[in-house]
Design a protein around this ligand. Structure first.
Ligand code: GDP
Length: 138
């Protein structure tokens, strides 16, 4: 059944000029881009997005990284979108990512790892609502 998920092309990938290549990978894999925009977020806005990680030792570094330059948040749609995007992204640490995954191709480190993808239905709903208004998804 068709499902929506939330993704971000992270600042490292935008800086390196990988945006179009990552979008091409997503479309080739059957994802429909329902909404997308280019924005920069503040450290406080990054903290709100990653609030579930607030106790982790890398939280400060992660939020600083995510607010370090433009990002492309987007809503993607396909059958089984949440699980299929996680698979296409590859492991968090690109050193462990499988061949053919986006992180294997484009990520530089465990933190600067090119792409975000929601890990469950409830987080996808929160994350879509954090970045997009309903009228942008009609
Ligand atoms: P994801 O679901 O694969 O994105 O990974 P997590 O939800 O565990 O972590 C969120 C993000 O935090 C990752 O995508 C990385 O950008 C960053 N991150 C995760 N683990 C580490 C770590 O051990 N060190 C650092 N510096 N950043 C990390």
């Amino acid at each position: 059944m068709s499902q929506r998920t939330f993704s971000i092309i992270k600042p490292d990938a935008v800086r390196k000029g990988y945006t179009a290549a990552i979008l091409a990978e997503l479309e080739k894999a059957g994802f429909k881009i329902v909404a997308i925009k280019r924005i920069s977020i503040s450290n406080a806005q990054a903290e709100g997005f990653y609030h579930v990680h607030s106790a982790r030792p890398f939280f400060g570094s992660l939020t600083q990284f995510m607010s370090s330059g433009p990002i492309f948040p987007m809503v993607l749609e396909k059958d089984n979108a949440i699980a299929d995007l996680r698979k296409l992204m590859g492991a968090t640490n690109p050193a462990n990512a499988e061949e053919g995954t986006i992180r294997k191709k484009f990520a530089g480190s465990i933190e600067e790892n090119a792409i975000h993808g929601s890990d469950a239905e409830d987080t996808a709903a929160f994350e879509i609502g954090y970045f997009f208004a309903g009228l942008e998804l009609a």
